[in-house]
Design a protein around this ligand. Structure first.
Ligand code: ADP
Ligand code: MG
Length: 699
């Protein structure tokens, strides 16, 4: 075991109690953990103020001077100690209210001290309460006039006397003795090529940088290393998966696919769609399990990809399944599949929570005897009593609502795992996808079908409601349809429900029967009721669909050309973008109106402005990511996968690309990392996980 694996308990100034605290609060167990516990900001301690030039505000300053007098002063509650510090330009008071007995003993008059702390001005006289104080000698021997680190901490640590000073001193002690034991963990070629500073130098400088330029070098080196190793691991996992996880070989492109493609495809594919189909066909034919993520903006045409991929499975005598996150979506997919495949002999079935017993029995039988070709449904499809004859392909729509655990449930349904295609309309920047879904292959549809007219988006305040309603009337009079959407944070939220119903009422008054017909869909309705209301809208029997966010994903009614989003400031960006995607599907100019109150947070303003400014899902995702951070955007499930110590998956996207490219180059030449040059890397990667688990087991 290497020495940096020693328990933190044995560092000077730690001991068993503090070690316990460090473990509990910061998950720091070993020397290495502490050395790679990085500061999040620095205080410049290279600058000294003259006492006469101390600014008249409450900033932190550093001065150097001698103590000329020490007094204990009685005050109403207890006592305080005041030491007068003098330099050649003036005097200042250093004040202690607590623990001064011990400090008093250690202070020596007429000796040079370095003082650091926040100034306090009272009646024209400056003082520093509870300053950080060291003799000049000690200061120089220790960290000295460099940048001093500030570490992340917790309330419990601070309350237990574990101040920034304590942590800083412990790290200093640790580094003093152990810096020579910090080994290089990247190959020499790479270090030379990218002009990286060494690992040990980087670690030293990240804690106690001599200046800003060397700090930047240390940060670059450590961030690169972190991202590089992350990418390396992802790529290795991907290579291993492809070596180990066998899959069905769909070699044939047969009658089902070909005749559909030639005779029934209602449009020609966009070049993005063609490219994606090529990637999928290649994956399916290799005898290795496909694990592909398909990213495509709302309306970019992912459904046809799902249909065509299913046809390939069918041509090879396999079944396929499409899993959607909601019943409405499953229903919509089912409708699309049915209408696209209407002239073929392919059997599609729909299975959801509200399927009847009779339907279930029929599905069960046909699944088993193989007459069922495509099963479309909700999570119900994943239940263990749903047994396929031979499931070859599983397509999962709208990834962000679907966990990894559920994905793997599909595996249990077969001796070989089915091919998996995950489709998402919540595009995330490519560099982020690389880091989160790095073990998946990624396909992107980056264009919309031709002839689409971009949706025009406006932001309107409440007081313009009447004008907005007039505009809606206008659209309906042109025989077009309209969505009106209300926020619903939780399905059970009473207030939201009231808003929706109040809104519905005033809409019904303005758009009165019999000229206008209105559908309404919300979370308190059962699936059957929702379906009836949806159907009326789909068939153009109603002109307005009033709904909560249940229509957020996937619903396809090309004749709907306007969406009014109420209290738009309450929606997240990706939600707004999804909602807007409900319109602009037909040949006519479509509109999205974002209605908000006058009270908008800064964040809310940015969201609405972004929506007005751009229609591009990838741009929107990027803004969203900056507003919310990756954790929030992806949900805890996925963000938990990655705990980065120093890099930022959003801000460091260029570095991610660099790291990824370097990792690809190395693995291309030496996939098993067995060359002499790469041995160090091999060790770094295999060691990382072992380290942590070792101490967690021991203690
Ligand atoms: P999404 O990616 O949001 O699931 P859909 O698959 O629902 O998008 O497609 C949106 C609309 O675009 C549908 O009405 C579909 O028929 C149509 N569409 C898809 N691909 C094309 C294409 N290549 N040319 C013309 N229209 C297309
Ligand atoms: Mg879709």
């Amino acid at each position: 075991m290497d020495q940096l694996q020693t328990s933190i308990e044995y560092v000077k100034g730690v001991g068993p109690n503090r070690a316990k605290l460090l473990k509990e609060e910061l998950n720091i167990l070993t020397y290495r953990d502490l050395l790679t516990f990085f500061p999040f900001r620095y205080i410049d301690r290279s600058k000294f103020y003259k006492i006469s030039e101390i600014p008249k505000n409450n900033i932190e300053i550093q001065i150097i001077g001698q103590i000329i007098d020490i007094k204990i002063i009685d005050q109403r509650k207890g006592k305080r100690m005041v030491a007068i510090l003098k330099d050649f330009s003036g005097e200042i008071d250093l004040v202690w209210f607590k623990g001064y007995k011990w400090i008093k003993q250690s202070l020596i008059k007429y000796k040079n001290y370095v003082i650091f702390g926040k100034i306090n001005w009272f009646k024209g006289r400056a003082s520093i309460p509870h300053p950080e104080i060291q003799t000049e000698e000690d200061f120089k021997k220790k960290i000295g006039n460099k940048l001093h680190p500030i570490y992340p901490s917790t309330e419990k640590l601070t309350n237990s006397g574990f101040t920034q000073r304590t942590i800083k001193n412990i790290v200093f002690e640790l580094l003093k003795i152990n810096s020579s034991k910090i080994k290089e963990n990247l190959p020499k070629n790479l270090i030379n090529k990218l002009k990286l500073i060494s690992n040990s130098e980087a670690i030293k400088q990240i804690h106690f940088p001599e200046n800003n330029s060397i700090l930047a070098k240390a940060q670059f080196r450590l961030k690169f290393e972190e991202l590089f190793i992350l990418q390396m691991k992802m790529l290795i996992k991907n290579i291993e998966r492809k070596e180990k996880i066998k899959g069905f070989k769909f070699q044939k492109i047969g009658k089902s696919f070909n005749s559909f493609y030639k005779e029934h495809l209602p449009f020609s594919l966009t070049s993005s769609q063609k490219k994606v189909m090529k990637e999928i066909r290649q994956d399916l034919s290799k005898g290795i399990q496909m694990n592909r993520l398909l990213q495509g903006d709302v309306g970019s045409g992912k459904t046809i990809i799902a249909v065509l991929s299913s046809l390939i499975a069918i041509d090879n005598d396999f079944q396929s399944t499409i899993v959607a996150p909601t019943e409405i979506l499953a229903q919509q997919h089912y409708n699309s599949f049915k209408s696209l495949l209407i002239k073929t002999s392919i059997n599609c079935y729909l299975l959801t929570g509200s399927s009847t017993k009779k339907e279930r029995i029929e599905i069960k039988n046909n699944l088993k005897n193989g007459t069922l070709n495509i099963l479309i449904g909700t999570h119900a499809v994943l239940e263990s009593n749903v047994e396929f004859k031979n499931l070859g392909l599983a397509i999962i729509d709208e990834q962000h609502r679907f966990g990894v655990a559920q994905r793997s449930k599909l595996w249990l349904k077969n001796n070989l795992p089915p091919h998996i295609l995950v489709m998402t309309a919540t595009p995330i920047p490519r560099t982020l996808a690389m880091s989160i879904y790095g073990d998946l292959d990624i396909s992107i549809i980056n264009e919309l079908p031709p002839g689409r007219i971009p949706v025009k988006t406006f932001h309107r305040y409440e007081n313009k409601r009447l004008q907005v309603f007039k505009f809606i009337k206008n659209q309906i009079d042109k025989n077009e349809q309209v969505y009106i959407v209300y926020p619903l944070i939780e399905e059970s939220s009473k207030l939201d429900y009231k808003d929706l119903m109040d809104g519905y009422e005033s809409i019904s008054r303005y758009f009165s029967k019999p000229k206008y017909q209105i559908s309404i869909v919300h979370g308190k309705m059962n699936a059957e009721e929702k379906k009836i209301e949806m159907d009326r809208f789909v068939k153009n029997q109603t002109q307005i669909m009033v709904a909560t966010t249940v229509i957020e994903v996937g619903v396809d009614v090309p004749n709907a050309s306007l969406i009014l989003i109420e209290s738009a400031e309450r929606f997240g960006l990706s939600q707004l973008h999804q909602l807007r995607g409900r319109v602009g599907r037909g040949k006519k100019q479509s509109y999205c109106i974002l209605m908000s109150s006058n009270k908008l947070s800064e964040n809310g303003k940015v969201r609405l402005k972004t929506m007005v400014d751009t229609n591009n899902g990838f741009n929107i995702a990027e803004v969203d990511l900056n507003l919310r951070g990756p954790g929030d955007l992806l949900g805890t499930q996925q963000s938990g996968i990655i705990k980065l110590k120093i890099s930022d998956l959003v801000k460091d996207s260029e570095l991610i690309l660099l790291a990824r490219n370097e990792a690809i180059k190395i693995l291309k030449n030496d996939p098993s990392l067995s060359s002499k040059e790469n041995l160090v890397l091999n060790r770094t990667i295999s060691k990382l996980e072992l380290d942590k688990s070792f101490w967690n087991l021991v203690s």
